[in-house]
Design a protein around this ligand. Structure first.
Ligand code: SAM
Ligand code: DTB
Ligand code: SF4
Length: 330
């Protein structure tokens, strides 16, 4: 199992409806290989599909902060937890244009807007569509994450020119109920289907460090890779522990476990962009360098994620210079 020769070494279940399906047991074996074997395989896959010295830059903006009715145990924006994040109204188009211009000037190619909603109402979409258009007018790729979508809503967003929709599976189906009770795993899969059917590219990943087992990490990855089409973009987040959330005292995750997740995601979804996402503030340069070697080729870039800090652009530029990495162009 610990062979370093390539993806073919891993057993996959044949399914007439899907070319390749990853069994959770095989993903567990992949994740637990000797690190050097895992890194060698992941980097080989990475190199044969991407320029290993380029990383895509996405900048995030929280367009609607806080007051969310959902109970996601990791999230500082849930109205159920006392985290000090106040509920704000939707940002206007001028504020978004300014932030997107700034992101573009700093070298980001994609602008991602997040809203703390369970699901948008039609009148919410009326207001989000001009924001997407403002981003598109700058020649940037657009991404939004607005919660659950109906198929008609995904079609509206597609017509507005939206490039990507972010909606994460977060963890395995088995562990999911420990983290979120206000919507189901199937609800998430349904939204992902609507996004895919509308012709919008899918951004979908999860979180490491919520107290999940290795089997849960493998379950997340197998669900991502076994989607009818793998997501174009796979964010791997390390939990950002925020005081007041139910997970604020959970044990730290070993950053080498993030490296392993990135490597496994790279092997399982060889053509997807794997984004080293939340948690980089807690990772040193060496850990991030290993993630890039393992196949991460995208980051969130800019001093803020949604409500929590991210490395400042200058420090990421310095890191890229040290590693000889260039931001990828559109
Ligand atoms: N409300 C929408 C939803 O949940 O789909 C969109 C925004 S939500 C904040 C987007 C994703 O951010 C979540 O699915 C989760 O994976 C990630 N996230 C939220 N809080 C996080 C935290 N404290 N640490 C790491 N990732 C987090
Ligand atoms: C994703 O997978 N991670 C981003 C983005 N998609 C929306 C969000 C990370 C949020 C981290 C906690 C915060 O800043 O509130
Ligand atoms: Fe709301 Fe999204 Fe946070 Fe869950 S992750 S509480 S849905 S903002």
């Amino acid at each position: 199992m610990a062979s370093a020769v390539g993806v073919q070494a891993h057993t996959k279940i044949s399914d007439p409806t899907q070319a390749i399906r990853w069994a959770v047991s095989d993903v567990m074996a992949l994740l637990q290989q000797p690190l050097n074997d895992l890194l060698f395989e992941a980097h080989s896959v990475h190199r044969s599909n991407f320029n290993p010295n380029e990383v895509q830059l996405s900048t995030l903006l929280n367009i609607k902060t806080g007051g969310c009715p959902e109970d996601c145990a990791y999230c500082p924006q849930s109205a159920r937890y006392d985290t000090g994040v106040e509920s704000e109204t939707l940002l206007d188009v001028e504020a978004v244009r300014k932030a997107a211009e700034n992101a573009k000037a700093n070298g980001a190619t994609r602008f991602c807007m997040g809203a703390a909603w369970r699901s948008p109402k039609e009148r919410d979409l009326d207001k989000v569509i001009p924001l997407i258009e403002a981003v598109k007018d700058l020649g940037m790729e657009s991404c939004v994450t607005l919660g659950m979508l109906k198929s008609t809503q995904a079609e509206r967003l597609k017509s507005a020119g939206l490039d990507y929709y972010n909606h994460n599976l977060d963890t395995s189906p088995e562990f999911y109920g420990d983290i979120i009770t206000t919507r189901t795993y199937q609800d998430r899969l349904d939204t992902l289907d609507h996004v895919r059917d509308a012709g919008i590219s899918v951004c979908c990943g999860g979180i490491v460090g919520m107290g999940e087992s290795i089997a849960d990490r493998a379950g997340l990855l197998s669900n991502l890779a076994n989607l009818p089409e793998p997501p174009e973009s796979v964010p791997i987040n390390m939990l950002v522990k925020v005081q007041g959330t139910p997970l604020d005292k959970i044990a730290d995750v070993d950053t080498l476990d993030i490296v392993r997740m990135v490597a496994a995601a790279r092997i399982m979804m060889p053509n997807s962009y794997v984004r080293l996402s939340a948690g980089r503030e807690e990772m040193n340069d060496e850990a991030q360098a290993l993630c890039f070697f393992a196949g991460a080729n995208s980051i969130f870039y800019g001093e803020q994620l949604l409500t929590t800090p991210n490395p400042i652009a200058d420090s990421d530029r310095a890191l890229f210079t040290k590693l000889g990495i260039k931001p990828s162009a559109l």
